[in-house]
Design a protein around this ligand. Structure first.
Ligand SMILES: Cc1cc2nc3c(=O)[nH]c(=O)nc-3n(C[C@H](O)[C@H](O)[C@H](O)COP(=O)(O)OP(=O)(O)OC[C@H]3O[C@@H](n4cnc5c(N)ncnc54)[C@H](O)[C@@H]3O)c2cc1C
Length: 390
């Protein structure tokens, strides 16, 4: 593994940092207070490839590798969690499955629209009764009727759907076939019988929107199936592996942003005759943040690198996401603490960051599920004698 980014990635990193500082950071507080994204900035994102990070150039993307995509999400997360979740979900959950399993016709129809900066992509897996346990709990179903599928059921917490012309939906297409009984389908959001309910009232990430959806005899043509019938559960697992790297990168970005605010405040604020940055208990928080962010970022880069090298990356993606989300929690907590009462005020960025980070331990598989995935893979490796360092 190379510990230095190549020149192309360094330039991309710099360009994304500059864009975020100029276009997103000044609006982040407004987004938190008003719940509105800065659409002017999102419309400028295609020029940097941020709306098509891993989409082919032919469809309006920039075909970044996973490391580049992670760096972009981290940088956006450093300044604005809401925009970062929006862009992470758009790229990973919205564009990702269409790019991976779409037919040429599906890609040509949807990806240029999704990468344009005018619309966003979305993926519907979760249901009111099933998040972690989709296999046993997901009930939204599609029944074949001639040349169409008829969809009925409810999905919950679907991010970006309000801005999506189309969304990918995980559907039960055969109740008897267990994990082979699911398929993914593209559903245009203007189909009759499809309803987007009001946005969830959330603890943070205020400008990112997630909605409950109902499908009441929604008909789509059979050509809307994404990939092979019966493959939806496996497509879901692969999409989540990828998404964990992205949510992990977003966690590192939130931690980095909070860390920078913490250090600046500690250097400015005086108590007992000197800046609080001189106090050893404050320095412990600063040093701990520096150490933990380095560790989390290195894990995210390693997970991205393993994916890009075609290696198995399920375990490392879970390890990286778990670690990064815990680091975001600890660093944002300490950043609020170092700010004292100012950290409890909505006038300071760390209040927003502390709220925003809380999703990182829940989305893209809760942390309990990450522990299960990691342990399952470790035990499998030990049983089969395939445990390796990379
Ligand atoms: C802001 C936000 C955005 C989201 N965006 C999307 C989206 O775009 N698309 C989408 O499909 N979903 C989305 N989700 C849903 C999210 O993926 C789920 O909330 C998540 O997977 C957890 O599912 P759940 O809420 O049903 O919790 P549950 O599965 O009900 O879990 C409840 C608790 O039980 C624990 N638990 C469950 N099983 C086990 C076990 N075997 N062992 C130990 N503990 C266990 C969990 O870790 C958790 O602590 C979003 C959620 C939020 C909050």
């Amino acid at each position: 593994m190379d510990f230095e980014l190549n020149d192309e990635l360094k330039m991309f990193h710099r360009a994304v940092r500059d864009f975020c500082e100029k276009e997103l950071k000044p609006h982040a507080h407004i987004a938190h207070e008003t719940g509105e994204l800065n659409w002017d900035a999102i419309k400028k994102m295609p020029s940097l490839g941020l709306t098509g990070l891993q989409v082919s150039e032919a469809f309006g993307g920039v075909e970044m590798d996973t490391l580049g995509a992670a760096i972009a999400v981290e940088e956006i997360g450093r300044v604005c969690g809401s925009t970062a979740l929006t862009i992470s979900a758009h790229n990973g959950l919205g564009c990702g499955p269409i790019m991976a399993w779409g037919t040429d016709a599906q890609k040509e129809k949807w990806l240029p629209m999704l990468t344009s900066g005018d619309t966003l992509g979305a993926l519907a897996l979760t249901e009111p009764q099933a998040g972690s346990d989709l296999l046993n709990g997901a009930q939204t179903k599609a029944v074949r009727d001639g040349d169409e599928w008829v969809i009925n059921g409810t999905k919950a917490w679907i991010t970006n759907v309000a801005w999506s012309p189309v969304l990918t939906v995980l559907l039960r297409t055969d109740a008897e076939s267990g994990s082979r009984g699911f398929s993914m389908m593209l559903v245009e959001t203007d189909r009759e019988g499809f309803t987007i309910h009001p946005p969830e009232k959330k603890m943070g990430l205020n400008a990112s929107k997630s909605h409950m959806l109902t499908f009441d005899n929604v008909r789509v043509p059979v050509s809307n199936i994404l990939g092979d019938e019966g493959n939806g559960f496996y497509q879901t697992m692969q999409t989540l592996d990828n998404g964990r790297i992205s949510i992990g990168a977003l966690s590192v970005g939130l931690a980095q942003g909070a860390y920078e605010e913490m250090v600046k405040y500690a250097m400015d604020r005086t108590a007992f005759g000197e800046p609080i940055a001189k106090k050893q208990l404050i320095q412990e928080k600063i040093a701990n943040a520096a150490m933990e962010i380095e560790a989390a970022r290195t894990l995210i880069y390693k997970a991205a690198w393993m994916k890009d090298k075609g290696k198995k990356f399920t375990k490392i993606a879970s390890i990286a996401k778990l670690k990064a989300s815990l680091v975001a929690e600890k660093v944002c907590y300490d950043a609020v603490q170092v700010h004292g009462s100012a950290g409890y005020s909505r006038d300071y960025a760390v209040e927003r960051m502390y709220r925003d980070q809380r999703l990182m331990q829940i989305g893209e598989g809760t942390n309990e599920i990450q522990y299960l995935v990691i342990a399952r893979n470790v035990l499998k490796e030990f049983e089969s004698g395939t445990f390796t360092m990379l």
